[in-house]
Ligand binder design. Structure first.
Ligand SMILES: [Zn+2]
Length: 590
């Protein structure tokens, strides 16, 4: 079934679209004229309220057209009419937006004392968090001319090194000899071979990846050093005290919370270590190497129709909360999901929040595998979240990035638990659990390994200046050894694999967000298992709050304090349970 986009517009020829464009342009010009000089030190809370309500309405109007054009295009990218419509409306929208950009810039120019007086006024309670968080960078901003210089110069500094990194990696060639034949592969292709079931192939892939990377070792080391220095200089100029500061600021997460997360993960590295020991036994590999980690354990051959997937997902949601089940059912009953495979349709899956006056839409490519059942649950998790938080309006419907995956991962967990419960075949069950554990470890522990590595090298560079390739290798091995312990032997190849990780260059300290997102859900799940009835309402409230407050304070309302180690300790229960179950199934079989 294709989705029904008529809730947005009847067709691209619809008169309503033209009418909306004309209307929105007029409104935006009027808005600009009326408020251009009125958002200032002399503004009253009433003016701010009136203006922000109008601004939100204009943005929502633009959002509706933008959603319609991008969804049409996503479902049929080969359709020239749609791609032209998408292109044209994007241009028109960005032209109208130009009339509105002044608003938050002017708001940020108001002094802290005055701004606080405005956003603390009870009439602005709905927008208080938004107004406050728009100003979160203010403390670290320089004067306007200085910011302009920094921005312009970044084209030839950090942004240039980002581009150079991409170009270098994209142009790398990876030579490999497989079954007597020589091949030249791209980075993606050689990385995929690390998941091959034959050890010989994996070893060759590890060797080839290393040789390819080492052919640009000097350059990649130089680029990394420039990023470290750039970050050091920027932090000094802006007044950030720790190298992670600016990342935490944009994530709206305090250093205290990040520290608690990292400390707990470091403490529980024993889980991946125990798992790799189990896996080496399952695969009968005595000396378990880093390139053996991703060996497939066999795949589930089970197939599902879309209807079966729908029932599994709805059953698990309903069991958790009838309200959640009811919202999910809307997506099926009203055709808000486009799931069929079609030529020209975008790959992957997403849930698009659209605008509060309409509802979210989901796109996925359903092939009947168990992964697709999980994807359906994942996207519906997003969809339910987006649907419930519509009441917060266009500006605060979506959560910040760090909590954006909470509802989706939680929904997956509900379905996963159900699948495990209903699986009577022990071999299937073991594979299900192992593949889940591997996903979790990659999201939780590996990302903290990366963060520990980054912390180490940023601090070292701050103290001693430029780092050599072997300095970087040493830090990389040190960080990884914690997660591998005595379960995995690190090969000579692996020692330089910091070289290809794009996050270190493009978005320093981004990695912990993945770990945060996953473990947060485990923590919520632990709370749910502790007190099922009491938790459900609080969870639904959490989803309904959108981004009306910081993640820390929203989660606090569910009775959990993520700034404390105790919360993260409890989030380890779920993994512990899965690990025990995997071990018990395996050893019983022996
Ligand atoms: Zn997602």
């Amino acid at each position: 079934m294709d989705w029904n986009l008529k809730d947005l517009y009847s067709s691209i020829e619809s008169k309503e679209i033209k009418y909306d464009f004309v209307k929105l342009e007029k409104r935006s010009l009027k808005f600009n004229k009326k408020y251009r000089n009125k958002i200032s030190e002399n503004s009253s809370a009433k003016t701010v309220l009136e203006s922000i309500v109008e601004l939100e309405k204009i943005y929502e109007g633009l959002g509706k057209i933008s959603s319609y054009s991008s969804l049409l295009f996503a479902a049929d990218t080969n359709n020239e009419k749609y791609s032209k419509f998408y292109q044209d409306s994007s241009e028109k929208i960005s032209n109208i937006r130009k009339n509105l950009i002044f608003y938050f810039l002017s708001w940020n120019k108001i002094s802290e004392r005055k701004a606080k007086k405005i956003y603390s006024n009870p009439i602005l309670v709905k927008y208080s968090h938004l107004l406050k968080s728009e100003r979160k960078y203010k403390k670290y901003m320089l004067s306007e001319p200085e910011e302009k210089i920094l921005d312009k110069k970044s084209i030839t500094s950090s942004r240039a090194f980002n581009r150079l990194f991409d170009q270098t990696l994209n142009n790398l060639k990876f030579d490999i000899k497989l079954k007597g034949k020589k091949h030249t592969l791209t980075e993606t292709e050689v990385l995929a071979l690390l998941y091959d079931k034959e050890r010989k192939v994996r070893t060759e892939a590890a060797k080839s990846l290393t040789e390819g990377l080492k052919s640009e070792r000097k350059l990649l080391t130089f680029i990394f050093n420039q990023i470290l220095t750039d970050s050091k200089i920027t932090n000094e100029i802006r007044g950030h005290t720790s190298p992670m500061d600016s990342r935490n600021l944009s994530n709206e997460i305090s250093q205290k919370t990040v520290d608690a997360l990292i400390q707990t993960c470091n403490k529980y590295n024993k889980f991946p270590i125990r798992y790799y020991k189990l896996k080496s036994k399952m695969l009968k590999i005595k000396k378990f190497m880093d390139y053996d980690r991703y060996t497939p354990l066999g795949q589930s051959s089970k197939k599902f129709t879309f209807n079966q997937a729908k029932n599994i997902v709805l059953d698990s949601f309903n069991e958790f909360s009838p309200q959640m089940g009811k919202v999910a059912k809307l997506f099926f009953d009203n055709n808000w999901i486009d799931y069929k495979l079609r030529k020209g349709k975008r790959g992957g899956a997403f849930s698009h929040s659209c605008v509060p006056s309409v509802h979210p839409y989901i796109l996925m490519n359903f092939t009947g595998k168990i992964r697709d059942v999980m994807t359906l649950a994942h996207e519906l998790g997003h969809g339910i979240h987006q649907y419930l938080s519509r009441k917060n309006g266009y500006f605060q419907q979506n959560t910040p990035l760090t909590t954006a995956e909470t509802a989706s991962v939680f929904a997956e967990m509900l379905v996963f638990t159900k699948l495990i419960e209903n699986e009577s075949n022990n071999k299937e069950k073991l594979h299900l659990i192992c593949s889940k554990l591997e996903d979790i470890f990659a999201t939780v522990f590996r990302q903290i390994v990366m963060t520990n590595f980054e912390l180490d090298v940023h601090n070292k560079a701050k103290k001693t200046g430029e780092l050599s390739s072997s300095d970087l290798d040493a830090s990389w091995v040190k960080a990884n050894s914690k997660m591998f312990g005595d379960s995995i032997k690190i090969s000579e190849y692996y020692k330089c694999w910091w070289m290809y990780i794009p996050h270190f260059i493009h978005s320093p300290f981004y990695c912990y967000s993945y770990s945060f997102g996953e473990l947060l859900v485990h923590g919520l799940f632990a709370k749910y298992n502790e007190n099922k009835k009491g938790f459900v309402t609080k969870y639904i409230d959490l989803l309904s709050s959108g981004s009306t407050s910081s993640p820390e304070s929203l989660i606090k309302k569910t009775g959990l304090d993520i700034t404390k180690n105790d919360f993260w300790e409890k989030s380890m229960y779920l993994m512990s349970g899965l690990l025990k179950e995997a071990e018990s199934i395996y050893y019983k079989k022996q």
